[in-house]
Design a protein around this ligand. Structure first.
Ligand code: INI
Length: 156
């Protein structure tokens, strides 16, 4: 039996983070969590991390696609926060961000981690950005690194 399981430490990884400005007071915490996880746990070099700011979560799939197509990155981490309001806007933005990011990952065959909060309230978002429900930016970063290693091991 052969079992493939990726480790997290990926010292030579080149990682791009695509991050939305919309709800940036929450996204800033996701970014800090992601960078801390990449460097402190993943041992990724500071010079190998690129951060790209875009207007909102809706713009994340295109940004991830352009980053993926450069061939310069081993993984991409998409960060943002979509909070439900009184209209259907939430569904469109969150839906497009989620399916678009998934499509980029499948088409480019590199990990594109989904670090986009989709919550009912600001309180739920704060809880997931470094307070009582952890930091989803850090979780997305660790997932991206593990997946780099899993894919490398499958192809080896
Ligand atoms: N963008 C977000 O990242 N989060 C939101 O909650 C949000 N809401 O609710 O409107 C949001 N809208 C902007 C959207 O991502 C695009 O930037 C905009 O529609 C222009 O394409």
């Amino acid at each position: 039996m052969k079992v493939i399981e990726g480790v997290v430490a990926t010292p030579n990884a080149r990682v791009a983070i695509a991050i939305a400005r919309f709800n940036n007071f929450i996204n800033d915490s996701l970014l800090q969590g992601a960078i801390d996880a990449l460097k402190r746990i993943g041992q990724v070099a500071d010079d190998n991390i690129t951060v790209v700011w875009v207007p909102g979560a809706y713009e994340l799939p295109l940004t991830a696609r352009v980053l993926a197509n450069t061939g310069k990155y081993d993984a991409i981490i998409a960060l943002g926060t979509v909070i439900r309001g009184g209209t259907a806007h939430f569904e469109y933005v969150a839906g497009e961000a989620s399916s678009g990011i998934g499509n980029v990952s499948l088409n480019a065959e590199i990990p594109v981690a989904f670090g986009v909060l989709t919550t009912e309230s600001i309180e739920q978002a704060i809880e997931r950005a470094g307070t009582k429900a952890g930091n989803k930016g850090a979780e997305a970063a660790l997932t991206a690194l593990e997946m780099i290693n899993v894919i490398k091991a499958i192809k080896a």
